[in-house]
Design a protein around this ligand. Structure first.
Ligand SMILES: [Cu+2]
Length: 125
């Protein structure tokens, strides 16, 4: 009788310890793993002669951190960002820089609708 109680108490203590450990480590890796980039993402975009570079690349980004679009274009236009809410970014002919922030994690397509092309897919986490 007494022995059974001791075993149950030990099991309960072990279970509690494991739960506390795993919940503690969930929050850890994110900030630590991303510290090298300082949270900022830069995408260099070239639009020339009806083609766009890059074209459908995956780019890692972070929720709430700046995503800088460095745009070189041979015409003015508009970039459509399929975030929630969606964003439209006007750019002039020539070189320009635009900064986005994405508020929710997920895959966000960044498109040039005039060319009907996906420029990058932001993998936001
Ligand atoms: Cu779009």
């Amino acid at each position: 009788m007494r022995k059974t109680l001791v075993v149950l108490a030990a099991l309960a203590a072990t279970a509690t310890g494991l739960a506390g450990c795993s919940s503690g480590s969930d929050g850890g890796p994110g900030p630590a793993g991303s510290s090298g980039t300082a949270g900022r993402t830069t995408v260099h975009i070239t639009i020339e002669g009806g083609t766009v570079t890059p074209h459908g690349d995956r780019v890692d980004a972070e929720v709430g951190k700046p995503v800088v679009l460095h745009i070189e274009a041979d015409r003015s236009g508009e970039i459509h960002v399929h975030s929630t809410p969606e964003q439209h970014v006007d750019f002039p002919e020539g070189t320009s820089t635009r900064t986005l922030t994405i508020d929710k994690p997920g895959i966000v397509d960044v498109e040039d609708h005039a060319l009907d092309k996906v420029i990058v897919q932001l993998q936001v986490s």
